[in-house]
Design a protein around this ligand. Structure first.
Ligand code: HEM
Length: 483
């Protein structure tokens, strides 16, 4: 699709020479920039920025300017897929990830999520074979079995917190992938620490003061996080040491890391291995759990979609457990999954990118060296230019024909380019097999009819626990009228 300029275009062609005009943006506080509005309503703020064009300049204010020693510090939000592709793929070497707040840095350390340059290339080369093809498919049976045990354990008529159930399920799956064993009671500690960490990270992104406050200052937040983080750390280090002592290899990420070497050919140290495991543990279960929680909620409110899903599952899977080999035929299941990731992308904002040098985007906008770039799946995927009536849940948007009409990079739930999600194939297989297994066994109905708003932490979670009633799946709806 051609690039279609908007009214407030950022450059004009005159006599074959480009003349740059200022990029527009929302009015913000002169001293505090956009932070307070963003803190109050990050998701709404990003959508309101659609009104300012394809490249939106969002000033960070004078205080940030003094701290960053930059007279005009700003974020640049990219709203056009061609510009997004440019930053993520075509000119990706010009962009690095911005430094992260202290809590995030403490959690992920030198893991693959934050590493840069040659170190990052090396990490991806190590992990890519593990997360692709047959190896990923070998986890299909485990996923379906765990999902069946979970769903069969719900008594019909009871109410469950579906977010919690999905989190425990995906945590138990990633645990097996990482450590080759089942998780124990420590799983509760992990989810609590992650929730505390997520709130603190969001606070540090939203407020320069919170970001500058050292973690050793014993505020209630800091104490709770540090306590949980210490426990998680020692638990993971213990698992590493136990495996070293056993000197036996399993097909899990821990064994992969223990067998790997650094640039000098030396085995990787425990602290480094811990960083990688922590990265996969966090990146690899909360995201999928959030996506599934939204899926059940959307299905519960869309009887027609749920009935079509039931028909597909009856035709493709029947009474047995689904397998990875069924996935190509679970076409409608995949369309539901894709549409959920469009409406509620777990990674609602990619990691901020910083330009190494001046860059001119395909839209013609000029980004200065050091520009901080916002790429938001949430705002791109709710742009009515690519997704008419964007708030409506409509899996048919992802039929092959409909998807072909849209430009590349208007839909980026897994990011793009050299930093595209490493676990994408795994997450997709996991999401589809959990949907197929659970929906074949039970019907989940939301207790509360009120809208549930998303809460943008590190992942896009439902703002309140989603309570659902478990009903038998045996009487599928027959395409009733939607209300
Ligand atoms: C629905 C589920 C998931 C979504 C929506 C998702 C989304 C993303 C996104 C958007 C990025 C890129 C971030 C950026 O460029 O700033 C990313 C990176 C990453 N994801 Fe996922 N993810 C999911 C599941 C998983 C799973 C299951 C794993 C592991 C098993 C995983 C591991 C990673 C890792 C290691 C990276 C860092 C890649 C790099 O920087 O090279 N993710 N994910």
């Amino acid at each position: 699709m051609q690039y279609a300029p908007r009214v407030n275009e950022t450059c004009r062609m005159t006599n074959n020479a480009r003349q740059f005009v200022p990029i527009s943006g929302p009015p913000v506080s002169r001293w505090f920039g956009f932070f307070s509005e963003f803190r109050r309503d990050s998701l709404g703020f990003l959508l309101r920025c659609h009104a300012y064009g394809d490249v939106v300049k969002i000033p960070m204010g004078r205080i940030a300017g003094l701290l960053l020693r930059n007279p005009d510090p700003a974020m640049y939000l990219l709203n056009h897929p061609a510009d997004v592709r440019h930053v993520l793929v075509a000119n990706q070497d010009n962009y690095t990830k911005a430094p992260v707040p202290p809590v995030e840095s403490r959690i992920f350390g030198q893991g693959v999520l934050h590493a840069e340059g040659a170190v990052h290339h090396r990490q991806r080369r190590l992990f890519l074979p593990f997360f692709h093809g047959d190896h990923v498919h070998s986890y299909g049976e485990l996923i379906a079995q765990k999902s069946a045990v979970l769903a069969d354990g719900w008594q019909k008529g009871i109410t469950i917190d579906i977010g919690q159930e999905m989190t425990q399920l995906t945590l138990s799956i990633i645990w097996r992938l990482l450590f080759g064993q089942d998780s124990g009671p420590e799983a509760v500690d992990v989810t609590q620490t992650i929730t505390t960490g997520q709130h603190l990270i969001k606070k540090q992104y939203d407020s320069l003061c919170a970001r500058l406050l050292p973690l050793w200052i014993p505020t209630a937040d800091h104490r709770e996080f540090s306590h949980g983080h210490r426990r998680m750390n020692s638990m993971i280090l213990q698992l590493i040491q136990d495996r070293r002592a056993q000197s036996q290899h399993a097909h899990d990420v821990l064994s992969l890391l223990l067998a790997a070497t650094d640039v000098d050919g030396q085995p990787l140290g425990d602290d480094y291995i811990r960083d990688e495991l922590m990265t996969f543990l966090l990146a690899g279960h909360e995201t999928t759990a959030s996506a599934l929680t939204w899926t059940w909620l959307l299905l519960s409110r869309s009887p027609t979609v749920r009935a079509r899903l039931a028909d597909e599952l009856a035709a493709v899977v029947g009474d047995r457990l689904p397998t990875a080999a069924d996935i190509p035929r679970l076409r409608y299941t995949r369309m539901i999954w894709d549409e959920t990731l469009r409406l509620y992308p777990p990674a609602w904002l990619l990691h901020t990118r910083v330009s190494r040098s001046d860059d001119t985007l395909p839209s013609g906008a000029r980004l200065p060296s050091g520009a901080r770039v916002f790429l938001s799946p949430w705002s791109l995927q709710r742009d009515p230019r690519w997704f008419p009536d964007p708030d409506r849940f409509d899996p048919d948007r992802f039929s092959e024909d409909a998807a072909r009409q849209r430009p590349a990079f208007c839909y980026i739930p897994f990011g793009g380019g050299a930093r595209r999600c490493l676990g994408e194939s795994f997450a997709e297989m996991e999401g589809l097999l959990i949907m197929a297994t659970v929906a074949s066994r039970v019907r989940l109905s939301a207790i509360d009819a009120k809208p549930i708003l998303p809460e943008p932490l590190m992942t896009l979670r439902p703002g309140i626990p989603v309570q659902m009633r478990v009903e038998p799946a045996c009487s599928p709806e027959r395409y009733p009228t939607e209300t």
